[in-house]
Design a protein around this ligand. Structure first.
Ligand SMILES: Cc1ncc(COP(=O)(O)O)c(C=O)c1O
Length: 381
């Protein structure tokens, strides 16, 4: 019944995988055997010029330029998760969850369509499916790509509400053999190898070249930071990783990271998560909460987009950049000492977050607060 890609075209993309460093650091039974080759180049790095911070050198790694639809950090995780999915011949359904505008779900929808699997998403939202504004940005792409969408309450809790519903869905769809459940954000012991690998192959060579001392990244489900932090640890902790939370708090992320370490039998590293030596998790800029920005933050973002020509989204990269900016502006030398070391900001994508109609009024107001910008944008003939 299902049209499938020929086995030969899939197997041309699935490559055997081995760690790019001494493989004794992680028990080989946890290292993915395969990787789906979806990324064919290193992403570029450029200088990020922010005129109000003239004396700091910030570089930006453009993972937002990975693939035009799947985009960003999600693709790196899905290279490993989809290799696992495609290695299971009976598995047709992929179930995952996220916010209505989840970039992770959208990336899964793109790959599910490409590899002829059926995607199912539990999406957290207060909107219902008759809402005129529901099909915009990522939800529209999910819909067009044929994913099945199940709307759940915005307040749904992962353990209490989401996981039991995923189990129920698995039963309805014919059992575990036919289904593959990806946790929110693809942040599990398979997905984290995306950034583990990226750190070793693409970031380490930049450390001396750009005199890097700091790597800055947004954190929401945890996997991006966890892969980077583990790779940094096993290669001599040469940079300080600063993860700016866009939701939840430091404790939540430490608990998640410790859970991942336990699954990988690396519990002896828990102490380094707890004493902040593996990663510096900063939760001071979550502000109004996940997916919500203050008018001041939106103003900042509007200004930065106009000044740099690089698009940052309000949910992830924009909030993270705001946190970094505030730390540097307030000269928080405990976090960013004036030691001549430069900063690398990882742009994790998320462009379609800008198409979330929840922010429309705030963007309008943000031009309002700068009378001349308003003039610049809205012209009268
Ligand atoms: C664009 C973007 N950046 C950053 C993140 C955070 O990464 P992680 O979920 O791995 O912590 C996400 C996803 O949650 C994202 O979509």
């Amino acid at each position: 019944m299902y049209r499938r890609l020929s086995t030969s075209s899939v197997s041309a993309l699935v490559k055997t995988y081995s760690l790019p460093i001494d493989n004794k650091c992680i028990n080989s039974k946890y290292v993915p055997k395969y990787r789906l080759s979806l990324i064919d180049r290193e992403t570029s790095v450029e200088k990020l010029h922010i005129s109000s911070l003239p004396s700091v050198n910030i570089y930006i790694k453009r993972d937002d330029q990975l693939d035009s639809y799947a985009s960003g950090n999600k693709l790196r995780k899905l290279e490993f998760l989809f290799a696992d999915i495609l290695s299971r011949p009976k598995c047709h359904h992929i179930i995952t969850a996220g916010s209505l505008h989840s970039n992770h779900c959208k990336a899964v929808a793109v790959l599910a369509a490409r590899f002829q699997r059926q995607a199912h998403f539990l999406l957290r939202t207060d909107r219902d499916n008759h809402d005129e504004q529901i099909l915009q940005g990522n939800p529209l792409l999910n819909y067009l790509l044929g994913a099945k969408l199940y709307l759940i309450s915005k307040k749904a809790n992962i353990q209490r509400d989401i996981e039991p519903r995923i189990q129920l869905l698995e039963e309805e769809l014919g059992g575990k053999d036919k289904c593959y459940a990806i946790p929110i954000g693809g942040s599990d012991t398979v997905g984290l190898f995306g950034y583990f690998d990226c750190f070793i192959r693409e970031i380490i060579p930049l450390i001396d070249k750009l005199n890097l001392g700091h790597l800055v990244v947004p954190i929401s489900s945890g996997g991006t930071m966890e892969g980077l932090a583990l790779a940094n640890y096993f290669t001599g902790n040469r940079v300080r990783i600063h993860a700016f939370a866009v939701s939840d708090n430091e404790n939540y992320f430490k608990t998640h990271f410790n859970g991942i370490l336990k699954e990988l039998e690396l519990d002896h590293l828990n102490q380094f998560v707890n004493n902040n030596s593996l990663v510096d998790i900063c939760d001071s800029y979550v502000g109004l909460g996940y997916g919500r920005m203050t008018n001041e933050q939106i103003d900042f973002l509007h200004e930065i987009i106009r000044e740099t020509g690089i698009i940052f989204d309000p949910v992830y990269t924009g909030k993270c950049l705001w946190g970094l900016y505030e730390e540097l502006r307030n000269k928080r030398i405990d976090r960013f000492p004036t030691d001549g070391k430069n900063i690398l900001f990882l742009h994790t994508g998320g462009l379609l977050g800008l198409m979330n109609p929840d922010f429309s009024n705030q963007w309008l107001l943000s031009s309002n607060s700068h009378a001349n910008h308003r003039m610049r944008n809205w012209m009268t003939l």
